[in-house]
Design a protein around this ligand. Structure first.
Ligand SMILES: [Co+2]
Length: 373
């Protein structure tokens, strides 16, 4: 699902530090940096190992020069030779009552509590039967997402998209995984413009020029399939279109390095390299995750440069779900404890697939044959 999980410090995850308890306000960001100093400079320096003080200064200067160039480029894009007009800030609409799920549909185990479940520490590695079930869950999630995308147009509300997604999922005999997860009130996440993830569907009508990420997770026969895409609503400005396109490319490039035995840290390296070419920020706070019979488990998949441990194993399933922004990567969470926006109001885009690791590569389980993806 588009519920990526929120990173705390260290390489592991602690559910007590998930965003519901710790919205990523600027103050919590500083905690993150103290305990988890994997900014692009720090990790670049780590790779080089110890350096004498003088060289370090030179190196830091070079990096800050590069960052400055990237910042100027981003600002130029925001000002826009292509007339990028920032839409009005996102406002919360009215959230309709929770939709019912028929009794015969099996429910995931986390519904009894409004507290976010612990992140399971076990990798999810499947036998042939499990792989068949994962394929089925992934295929349904992809079809639902594709359908949801066809509904995107000016004047449609995100609540209407939620209702349609909910209906399609229960008609397929599956449960919409986000519904009731940690108290989440809806069946899908809809994240518009500067909302980077976990937007709650509501009465807001989509506007011409909006972008919207729709994040679908289904729980089918005991297995979760998790996928999201960012869609255009009407005429989207050139700079924002480019952000969306590059974000999708970043997902593809992250997937391309995956295979049995590959290091997880390669994913973040490859994604960051591509995003940096365009001067886009890669959000660090939200990460990909193991997915299968459990919604969120290890491994934690960082999308930024990192020195995290671990290698991929054949038969393993996890998500990759990078979020890129046209400006800064700091985020702010609304009092609803879910809706997370870029702090500077710049647009954000996200794409996500559930993948299966094979001996020679990765199979995308949430690829929709009907779409271009
Ligand atoms: Co996810």
């Amino acid at each position: 699902m588009g519920f990526c999980v929120s990173v705390s410090h260290g390489y592991g995850l602690s559910s007590s530090l998930l965003h519901a308890q710790h919205p990523c306000s600027p103050s919590s960001k500083s905690t993150l940096l103290m305990g988890f100093p994997l900014t692009s400079h720090a990790s670049a320096l780590n790779r080089k190992g110890f350096r004498p003080q003088k060289k370090l200064v030179v190196y830091a200067k070079r990096i800050s020069g590069l960052e400055e160039a990237l910042r100027i480029r981003r600002e130029r894009e925001l000002r826009g030779t292509e007339k990028f007009r920032r839409p009005p800030p996102l406002r919360r609409g009215k959230v309709s009552p929770r939709l019912p799920v028929p009794d015969h549909i099996p429910r995931p185990p986390y519904l009894d509590s409004n507290i976010l479940p612990e992140i399971s520490s076990e990798y999810q590695i499947h036998d042939a039967e499990g792989i068949a079930q994962m394929r089925a869950a992934g295929e349904l999630a992809a079809r639902v997402l594709n359908y949801a995308g066809t509904l995107v147009r000016p004047s449609v509300t995100t609540d209407e998209i939620d209702k349609a997604v909910h209906q399609m999922i229960i008609e397929a005999g599956a449960y919409p995984s986000p519904l009731g997860y940690g108290g989440f009130p809806k069946s899908v996440c809809t994240s518009v413009n500067e909302c980077m993830c976990h937007g709650i569907p509501d009465s807001r009508q989509l506007q011409n020029g909006d972008i919207i990420n729709i994040d679908v997770t289904v729980y089918l026969n005991g297995y979760h399939g998790d996928t999201s895409r960012t869609f255009f609503c009407g005429d989207v400005s050139g700079p924002v279109q480019r952000l969306v396109k590059v974000t999708e490319e970043c997902l593809e490039k992250g997937i391309a390095v995956c295979k049995d035995g590959a290091s997880f840290k390669k994913i973040g390296k490859r994604i960051s390299e591509h995003a940096e070419k365009y001067g886009y920020g890669v959000v660090e706070r939200f990460v990909g995750h193991g997915v299968g019979t459990v919604f969120h488990s290890e491994p934690i998949i960082y999308h930024h440069r990192n020195e995290g441990p671990g290698t991929m194993v054949e038969g393993q399933t996890f998500t990759i779900e990078p979020i890129l922004t046209l400006g800064g990567i700091e985020c702010t969470t609304w009092p609803d404890n879910w809706t997370t926006l870029t702090s500077d109001g710049s647009p954000a885009a996200q794409f996500e697939h559930t993948i299966l690791i094979t001996r020679t590569g990765a199979e995308i389980l949430t690829k929709c044959e009907d779409s271009n993806l």
